[in-house]
Design a protein around this ligand. Structure first.
Ligand SMILES: NC(=O)c1ccc[n+]([C@@H]2O[C@H](COP(=O)([O-])OP(=O)(O)OC[C@H]3O[C@@H](n4cnc5c(N)ncnc54)[C@H](O)[C@@H]3O)[C@@H](O)[C@H]2O)c1
Length: 447
């Protein structure tokens, strides 16, 4: 019988919101994995089988594949015992909108020092989001200096961003639309391609290219999506002022055209989270660096910034001044507790600043939200408590539980009139009880 070739061991540097699910997904596909982080609690948690972030399926897979996973603070332990390393450390935005590569550089310096002593080949793939040009101009020289070796000869350095949405990271990693590889040399690209052919369940297209093109592709892709979102939000704002108009009907029709497609084409809330706003700004910064003003991402951002006031306008028109306003949803999207650039938080703060009485609820993100919410804002510990205390309710995050629970609670609580502002159009007006006044984002509202 032919003996099956042993899979290479994989290491993952940076065990945060993306790194931990990445490592666990790889373990679930049969690999031994070693995680490296600077934070001792993160390492301890992972070694104890506990997840460091809230992510769908993460706790379950971690429990199931715990025997294949170990975490350490030692770069030497991880690099000497693995063949392929993924770097997934933060790349914070700088004041000009570009991404700082300082944490990636620090990790590469540590890796390079270990590679000095390693004679076997090794491939490093940077998953962290980079500004175009960073790999060749900043990071490759750091790695070559610290290792004393030449990239492409003794080891490879690739750019390999993941296209994932928090809350759905594991599914997105297992079944990506495509895999993007910016490779220093063909052999390293081959190794990464082979890895993804084994990890992915859906045989995705794998696009291999020069690192600079992969760096541009990553932020261009997200900027294209943000443009689509702002376009739909612009239509929503317009339709809200036109008697009889409804942007939902317009965008549903537009989405049927195969040149356009229906994804991300719903007039709803401004985009937020840790990626979309930053990637949009990073493309502008890259344009500026190349002496070009990129008007499209700038306007996309301007439209995005105007959406909080546009949603607040729906409140102002519909709501008597004494109504307490309940904001439902503080996470920037469902199935996560992440609150970066969250519409629920920005809207609640905006309304509190306008002296409205505001209460908030979220199934997961209440604790994270506390740090950035205006102190005048009240917290509801349950959806029932929010419905009982507020006469105007705004749905800012399309949690599935809200879609199913809220109509039931409104039917029970039928003693007073309630206004619902449905930013995500998750409710059908006809399914809500008669005492509810329904306002859908993008529908005409008389001022
Ligand atoms: N979170 C997302 O939705 C998402 C999506 C696509 C891309 N990204 C990109 O992935 C990267 C990581 O994002 P994240 O959200 O997972 O970050 P995070 O802040 O959640 O986690 C980063 C982890 O890296 C560790 N770390 C920092 N410096 C280190 C070093 N020198 N060595 C070892 N560990 C180090 C931190 O302790 C932390 O555990 C960023 O570049 C981000 O832009 C994130």
């Amino acid at each position: 019988m032919m003996k099956r070739k042993k899979l290479p061991t994989i290491s993952v540097v940076g065990l945060g919101k993306l790194g931990t699910p990445f490592l666990v997904t790889v373990a679930s596909r049969g690999y031994q994995v070693i995680g490296v982080d600077l934070n001792p609690n993160t390492i301890q948690n992972l070694n104890d089988g506990k997840s460091n972030s809230v992510e769908s399926k993460l706790a379950l897979l971690l429990k199931q594949y715990h025997a294949r996973i170990r975490a350490t603070a030692s770069f030497a332990e991880a690099i000497l015992n693995s063949e392929l390393t993924f770097i997934i450390v933060p790349t914070p935005s700088t004041s000009n909108g570009s991404f700082s590569p300082k944490h990636v550089a620090a990790a590469l310096k540590n890796i390079g020092q270990v590679l000095r002593q390693k004679s076997q080949p090794h491939v490093i793939a940077i998953v962290s989001t980079l500004s175009p040009g960073s790999l060749a101009q900043v990071l490759a020289p750091i790695l070559e200096k610290s290792s004393g070796k030449k990239i492409g000869k003794n080891f490879g350095l690739c750019y390999n961003p993941s296209f994932i949405a928090l809350g759905n990271v594991i599914n997105n990693l297992l079944k990506p639309d495509f895999v993007l590889i910016g490779e220093s040399d063909q052999k390293s690209g081959d190794i990464l391609e082979k890895f993804y052919r084994r990890v992915c369940l859906n045989q995705p297209p794998i696009k291999r290219m020069q690192p600079i093109n992969a760096e541009i592709t990553k932020i261009a892709l997200n900027t294209f999506i943000t443009t689509k979102i702002s376009f739909a939000n612009m239509l929503a704002q317009l339709c809200e002022r036109v008697p009889g108009a409804d942007s939902l009907e317009v965008t549903q029709a537009l989405g049927l055209d195969s040149r356009i497609g229906s994804k991300y084409l719903l007039g709803s809330v401004p985009y937020g989270g840790p990626c979309f706003p930053r990637d949009n700004r990073a493309l502008r910064a890259f344009g500026k660096k190349n002496r070009m003003t990129l008007g499209l991402p700038r306007e996309t951002d301007v439209i995005n910034q105007s959406q909080i006031a546009a949603i607040a306008r729906l409140v102002e028109i519909s709501t008597p001044p004494k109504n307490k306003i309940g904001v439902i949803g503080l996470a920037y999207k469902p199935e996560t507790d992440v609150v970066d650039e969250s519409v629920g938080i920005n809207l609640a703060n905006y309304l509190a600043h306008k002296k409205c009485a505001v209460s908030v609820y979220d199934p997961l993100a209440l604790e994270n939200a506390r740090r950035i919410l205006d102190p005048r804002i009240a917290y509801a510990t349950s959806l029932t408590a929010l419905v009982n205390s507020c006469k105007t309710l705004i749905v800012t995050t399309a949690w599935l539980m809200i879609k199913y629970e809220l109509p039931k609670l409104l039917t029970k609580n039928n003693r007073r009139s309630i206004i619902i502002i449905d930013c995500w159009r998750i409710f059908d007006h006809a399914d809500l009880p008669n005492h509810v006044t329904y306002i859908g984002r993008g529908q005409y509202i008389r001022a």
